[in-house]
Design a protein around this ligand. Structure first.
Ligand SMILES: Cc1ncc(COP(=O)(O)O)c(C=O)c1O
Length: 486
């Protein structure tokens, strides 16, 4: 057995080692200075960094995790060369593929503050101030979307998790279980985001009947077809349960006719869920109200601050009109948590599958308060106009385009003898060029290149750069021997 003296010596030695995890004040200052200097250089260089760069990242493979630490600047260099300069530059205004994210610096500061204080934000009792901030954000969003005071929601990691929370809540509300799931029917269009298919699968609703409702020429749900399908299902003894509409589809930015869908859901007592992950924040703009009419009549909706509120990746929101249904789905108790119960304020862990959770709301609260809502509205309005400007300009270059954009996404393809091959060739050339990044999609077997304008760093200069780049590469591909251009 060890003597007390031995134990004391051993503890002293361990403490010395253990305390390495807490850098001294001057070490913290040095690291912070290097980190903030690095971030500053990164942001200053953004206008001249490519939107896309292929790079093998070999040095990362060679880096081993050792028993002893490494200098901060060595790690920072690796981050710069191997992570921040490879693949899609999602912080750049030249990122116009998929749904571009933001990366507000003020939000990153919020993350740092939240992580340093490490509040436990699963339950109100543990961190009343932080939970109150999150609940205030949720209530502000409810007001923006026209939801009543009885609504509540949750800040999730993104749109997919938010959708999962909503779909399980719908299932709970309609008491779908093994006895009735095969009679339950879910309705959506082919443009519904695949995270909803995942959510249906995870919640066991893939066993329900699924109806893919046709769309009009603007890729919006055909409400006439929805009405007819609902009627037929009812006549056949099935149970219309869930209609999923989209306010801003990923492919084309289309907004489904939400008000007409809400009418049908009311008539058939079906749960109405709206995926507004991409489009939701555009409702902040007064002149968009007509397009979003009816969203306030939905039972649940999802929006993504890490898309159209320009936050860095990591924040989605689900709102549910009847908070009690959300709570019934997610509020569970445990003996060891007994001290946390009995407070008036709703806890985040009662509204999602998560328990332990960081202070997710600070990254949204800080920029909203620092900049004010008008700065966000100006960005959104600018993106709508930039997208229309791009849409018209590519048309003038001879491209075929998708429908006039509802929001800030447009499609274009060059008409040719073998359009799919030609446009794939063009996309490849655009990726190799890399000054701006576009992604592509296929609708009804046709390849389209997409331009999605959503980064808060995309302004007229980036769009002009993109247009110039499209034009140059188009000429290059057309000039190739054997080109499929018309
Ligand atoms: C319309 C729509 N819904 C849901 C999602 C999924 O969101 P997330 O990627 O945040 O999980 C996306 C992602 O692009 C989307 O565009």
């Amino acid at each position: 057995m060890k003597s007390n003296e031995d134990v004391t010596d051993q503890l002293a030695a361990l403490e010395k080692m253990a305390r390495q995890l807490e850098p001294s004040s001057s070490q913290r200052q040095t690291i912070a200075q290097q980190a903030f200097g690095y971030i500053d250089e990164f942001i200053i260089a953004l206008p001249d960094t490519p939107g896309y760069k292929e790079k093998p990242c070999d040095a990362l493979k060679a880096l081993t995790i050792d028993d002893h630490g490494k200098p901060f600047d060595q790690l920072l260099h690796l981050l710069r060369d191997e992570v921040d300069q490879s693949g899609i530059n999602s912080a750049a205004g030249t990122h116009m593929g998929y749904i571009p994210a933001g990366g507000l610096w003020t939000s990153a500061v919020g993350d740092l503050l939240a992580a340093a204080a490490n509040r436990y934000v699963g339950i109100f009792y543990s961190s009343p101030g932080a939970v109150r901030i999150e609940n205030q954000l949720i209530h502000w969003l409810c007001t923006v979307m026209g939801y009543p005071a009885t609504a509540h929601g949750n800040l999730s990691s993104g749109g997919s998790m938010a959708s999962l929370i909503a779909i399980q809540t719908a299932r709970e509300a309609h008491r779908i279980d093994s006895t009735n799931v095969r009679r339950a029917v879910v309705y959506f269009t082919a443009q519904a985001h695949h995270c909803l298919h995942k959510a249906l699968h995870i919640t066991g609703l893939h066993e329900a009947q699924q109806r893919i409702i046709p769309m009009n020429e603007r890729y919006q749900m055909d409400v006439g077809a929805l009405a007819e399908t609902l009627r037929q299902d009812k006549d056949n003894g099935l149970m219309p349960f869930l209609v999923i509409g989209t306010a801003g589809t990923t492919d084309t930015g289309a907004i489904d006719p939400l008000n007409a869908i809400a009418d049908l859901c009311e008539q058939h007592h079906a749960w109405f869920h709206v995926d507004a992950a991409y489009g939701g924040f555009f409702k902040l703009l007064g002149d968009m109200a007509v397009k979003f009419k009816g969203i306030e009549r939905s039972d649940s909706l999802v929006m993504d601050p890490h898309k159209s509120m320009f936050l860095p990746y990591g924040t989605g929101v689900v709102l549910v009109k009847d908070a009690q249904t959300l709570l019934r789905t997610y509020a569970h108790q445990a003996a060891y948590m007994q001290d946390a119960y009995g407070f008036d304020e709703i806890s985040p862990s009662d509204c999602s599958p998560e328990l332990s959770r960081h202070f997710r709301g600070l990254r949204m609260w800080l920029p909203l308060h620092l900049h004010g809502v008008d700065a966000f509205k100006a960005n959104l309005q600018e993106k709508l106009l930039l997208c229309r400007y791009f849409h018209e300009a590519v048309k003038e270059m001879g491209f075929e385009t998708g429908p006039d954009p509802d929001l800030s996404i447009t499609l274009f393809r060059y008409p040719s003898k073998d359009s799919n091959t030609f446009n794939q060739q063009l996309l490849k050339a655009l990726h190799a060029d890399g000054r701006c990044f576009f992604s592509s999609t296929q609708i009804n077997g046709q390849v389209w290149i997409r331009c999605a304008v959503l980064s808060f760093r995309t302004h007229r200069q980036e769009i002009d750069l993109a247009l110039g780049m499209v034009k140059e590469n188009l000429e290059k591909i057309k000039a190739l021997p054997g080109s499929k251009a018309r």
